[in-house]
Ligand binder design. Sequence first.
Ligand SMILES: Cc1cc2nc3c(=O)[nH]c(=O)nc-3n(C[C@H](O)[C@H](O)[C@H](O)COP(=O)(O)OP(=O)(O)OC[C@H]3O[C@@H](n4cnc5c(N)ncnc54)[C@H](O)[C@@H]3O)c2cc1C
Ligand code: SF4
Length: 344
Amino acid sequence: MDQPIVYAVKHKNVDVRMASRSGGIFTAVSDAVLEKGGTVYGCILRDGVNAVHIRAISKEERDRMHGSKYIQSNMGDTFLQVREDLAAGRKVLFSGTSCQVAGLKAFLGKDYGGQLFCLDILCHGVPSPLVWKKYVQWQEGHYGGTCVDADFRNKKDFGWDEHVETLTLQKPDGTTETVHSKIFRNLFYSHKIIRESCYYCPYKDITHPSDMTIGDFWRVEKAVSGFDDNMGVSLVLVNTEHAKDMFDTVKKNLEFFPCRIEDSMQTPLKKPFRRPEGRDEFWRDFREQPFDFIANKYGHYSRENEQRLLRIAKEHAAAPKKHFMGGFFAGLKKQFGYSGNRQK
Ligand SMILES: Cc1cc2nc3c(=O)[nH]c(=O)nc-3n(C[C@H](O)[C@H](O)[C@H](O)COP(=O)(O)OP(=O)(O)OC[C@H]3O[C@@H](n4cnc5c(N)ncnc54)[C@H](O)[C@@H]3O)c2cc1C
Ligand code: SF4
């Protein structure tokens, strides 16, 4: 197909949507593959620190893939496993960044037709896992605990369009402490910690190497008025006939609207992010300075901000369910001047 078919999509199950980064299209597609006895490949976060690709044959294992991990995922031997699954005649869904999909296809070296479904995420660029690790260790040191879980963009407490990372720390006395912050997010959006190759990414276009491309449908209100409820909307690009069939199979589980590509454009569909000035200085500082220095200089860190975010999360937890998202977050925006943070 010369141009993708574009949809704004929400999974009909609100719990699925809340567990997902955007509108939950990944769950709909992976459910369809698993229900046919297929296997699903995608990224999980292990021990709160390591992003790795794994193979799932059940919905429980697949659920660990929910949520965006804003660091480069370690592929391990998943390409080999995909090839074995295909050779055994299984249906396979592979999900990852566009370059991971292109890498898999180059590795396989042949067309598996309808047996292999590739799904790529719209990709801002992948930050360095080492910076994430140092950041987590620094928070562990401050709070005296071990990180057991992390949410790179906590939608449940702050809404879809905000960007707050949340760490769950296990303390030596058995209690847990939750830390909300924007330090890693600030490092990410400075573009100083994304991989060098991401500044020259060849997939920053409306055409992609996968069957289906998925992302956050920022400014969806422009395309479909009244669809945004701050719980997440997926942008879905149907790139191939195979993806058209897949969309027909899963659409019974979705609320969706066809859209114009012009109304869904964001930078990763147009061009790579520019290599920022000061990138080399950042890496020099990162090698030579303690993380405290990095958090202050590049992460705009303040403990007051972390306390403020904790208050917001507590207020959200205590808010009556009927105010969930819409009412609660509208109130927050008024009270704290939240501006939303839709990366274009
Ligand atoms: C590094 C990164 C950059 C992103 N940049 C953009 C962007 O610029 N614009 C935009 O609209 N959306 C971006 N996204 C978000 C992405 O679009 C969502 O992950 C996608 O919409 C999936 O949402 P979902 O609701 O279907 O489901 P979810 O169930 O949350 O989907 C999770 C999917 O993301 C994959 N995934 C998670 N982390 C990684 C990782 N580190 N490497 C490879 N695959 C991963 C999983 O394998 C799974 O397929 C980015 C995500 C990541 C991880
Ligand atoms: S920006 Fe491009 S090169 Fe970088 S991880 Fe994403 S798809 Fe790969």
